[in-house]
Design a protein around this ligand. Structure first.
Ligand code: NAP
Ligand code: 3JM
Length: 335
């Protein structure tokens, strides 16, 4: 008989937590008991699991006793405090925050790229940043074939990446502007409706943002190649779900756009949508609610003979966070 597991979801009331619960249901994860954890503010709420209400409990130090799997999406400071406790209580912790990603001893996993990093037993496994996940799923097969030397990426990121409050802010700003009212600005430094903000997470000393440097450092760790030169510009756009990325790569060996298409057509987790004569290319709306990484606009770069340009789109809350975490948990249960 299949083994069943006690699964705790920390951050269950959030945008990512909610999708993690939906993923566990949809994929029929072998759950024995499920526990939903959030802040004290959420005590008294219930959330459905497979049609039945489950009470939300306050995340506490003893929340993980008798649990084997803990999925975390409650912010980096909450992970820093509670994930080591959960691991010590015997859980495998799959952490969605940036807190542990660059710790050398902590695996940073995208199942399509480096499933071998998932090891048996308790401990922390880090889930990468949403923008990194979709990019490496598309680039890993190319890197394996012709080695990528350089990446220049610009992102167009949905507000859901900032959480529930940002989804509400975009919706309210659109409604306020339509009603001729002054929009309220709380979550972002400027109005996000009908705007683009080249600013995600905090600015660092090198004038890049932390989000941009996550893409640089996490990509190198997942592809296990510190020699790849990477530069990112990450931009928040008024889209609810789905991050889009314009990705430029320079490879060591030349590869043609047709060869890239052929490679990606059989790559795990990738859907090629590329027929410009018929206006076929992926968009954020097409990716919404799906688990794949969609790739189109694959073409030779006109400024470099070993350059290729791609357009990469995925649902940031699904493959970019929840689905990737649940996929890691599925593989872990088989170790
Ligand atoms: P969100 O919608 O704001 O939800 C935050 C969740 O964390 C809520 O369930 C909240 O509970 C809980 N929480 C906040 N402070 C807490 C505390 N002190 N103790 C216990 N629970 C607490 O945010 P989100 O978009 O779901 O993102 C959550 C986190 O996931 C982010 O901060 C980030 O680290 C990570 N994330 C990762 C990716 C990725 O790329 N892999 C993408 C997006 C987010 P209440 O409802 O009770 O406040
Ligand atoms: C995506 O608590 C925090 O500062 C979390 C901020 C955050 C992160 C992060 O750094 O963990 C919000 C949205 C991420 C992420 O995936 O890196």
């Amino acid at each position: 008989m299949e083994r069943l597991w006690n699964v705790a979801v920390a951050g269950a009331t959030g945008a990512v937590g909610n999708q993690m619960i939906r993923c566990l249901e949809e994929r029929d994860f072998p759950v024995k008991n499920i526990r939903f954890l959030a802040s004290a503010r959420s005590v008294g709420k219930t959330l459905p699991y497979k049609g039945k209400p489950v009470a939300v409990e306050e995340l506490k130090e003893d929340s993980f006793n008798d649990f084997e799997i803990a999925l975390f999406s409650a912010g980096a400071s909450t992970s820093l405090r509670f994930a080591p406790l959960a691991a010590r209580a015997g859980c495998v912790v799959i952490d969605n925050s940036s807190a542990f990603r660059m710790e050398p001893k902590i695996p940073l996993v995208v199942p399509e790229c480096n499933p071998q990093r998932i090891v048996a037993g308790p401990g922390i496994i880090a889930n990468p940043n949403c923008s990194t996940i979709q990019m490496v799923v598309a680039l890993k097969p190319i890197h394996d074939q012709v080695r990528i030397k350089r990446i220049i990426v610009s992102t167009y990121q949905a507000v859901s990446g900032t959480g529930q409050k940002a989804i509400v802010e975009l919706r309210n700003q659109i409604a306020d502007l339509a009603a001729g009212k002054e929009p309220e600005i709380k979550v972002y430094p400027y109005q996000i409706a009908y705007n683009c903000l080249p600013h995600i997470d905090v600015f660092l000393e090198n004038d890049y943002t932390k989000e941009e440097m996550k893409m640089v450092n996490e990509t190198r760790k997942i592809l296990e190649d510190d020699t790849i030169r990477i530069s990112a510009t990450t931009v928040r756009v008024p889209v609810f779900y789905g991050h889009s990325e314009a990705v430029y790569i320079e490879t060591e060996k030349k590869i043609t756009p047709q060869e890239v298409k052929d490679l990606l057509r059989t790559a795990p987790g990738v859907v090629v949508m590329d027929d410009v004569a018929k206006k076929v290319y992926p968009t954020a709306l097409v990716s919404e609610g799906k688990d794949e990484v969609f790739v189109g606009r694959i073409r030779e770069d006109i400024s470099h003979e070993k350059g290729i340009v791609l357009w990469v789109v995925s649902d940031n809350i699904r493959k970019g966070a929840a689905t990737n975490a649940v996929q890691i948990a599925e593989i872990w249960t088989k170790r």
